[in-house]
Write a protein of this length. Structure first.
Lengths: 132, 132, 132
């Protein structure tokens, strides 16, 4: 069995937002107890990230990305090349195992959506739950 | 139900090629309307990337990778360490949701295979479609 | 059908360890011949990496990560920000296709778990096998 829904939210430019609770809501509605949860971030300037939700760490992560693809860098692609590069590096999909109705995340693992774009954007993460 | 096929194509060294149409062909043949599409790039010097297919952006991405793992860098692993490092960072697998017979990609999201190797190579991406 | 197990092992700080054989053991126990193998690394300072298991290459990869997130860098997040950043970049999940009871990895593709943390840690990779 497969249950599908999506999580939509406004995310400010360059921000990373915790959506663990929203994904847990989808899981609860699915009534699926064991299986897999597949996440896909729609858009070429965003990513789904699984890591610790600490504002200081997220700022450290932004600075690391800034080294690889600086916001004010020189690019051939107009306007937001750095946003696309960050998205490509961080990836668009993640799959998390589910047991007893809960995602098997580690203590410090939270599901987050990153909007790497130069503008505030409504972001969508498609959640697909597959049952055992 | 699961349908499996693979996409094979010659990719020049350091090039990233759009395979969205080829994956759509597999999806069409599968006759699956709703579910998930799992992609896996075979080989330790290539990746499946989901992003915008703009030659200028792909050149920007190549330059960003060049900063992390330069082609002429000094490595312990002979010959193509930079190819392996780029592949490890960009990843080998992606999972895309399917609805009404279409992949739910964003407007600018295309599926691409990157051949980071120092030689032209035949590259293979295994496509597995899981139905609802 | 879905079969689930997990692979646990002690991994030294900053080390990357090959777990292909352990994942193959889970696959064998599952008796599943065709399908998908989903891997998830539990913890915000580790990753599942698919690449060549060559100690020299893994040292090259460590040095590339050191450029992006240096161990002795200045961070806002206390103690192990570099470990989290490396984990976020390398990712927490991978999905590998299975055919005739074997994972369809390329010749040089091995499944490895990276412990990016500053301490030796017991690491867990959850293995979920989905049948055709």
């Amino acid at each position: 069995m497969m249950y599908k829904d999506s999580v939509k939210l406004k995310v400010k430019s360059q921000k990373i937002v915790n959506i663990t609770g929203m994904v847990e809501d989808v899981l609860r509605k699915s009534k699926i107890k064991d299986g897999l949860c597949s996440l896909f971030s729609v858009g070429a300037t965003c990513s789904v990230i699984i890591n610790e939700d600490d504002p200081m760490l997220l700022e450290d992560l932004r600075k690391a990305m800034e080294k690889i693809a600086p916001e004010k860098g020189i690019y051939q692609h107009a306007e937001n090349a750095h946003s696309h590069i960050r998205s490509a590096i961080m990836g668009s999909s993640q799959t998390i195992p589910i047991k007893d109705g809960k995602m098997q995340l580690g203590t410090w693992q939270e599901i987050m959506v990153a909007n790497f774009d130069t503008k505030d954007r409504e972001r969508e993460v498609i959640v697909t739950i597959i049952s055992d």
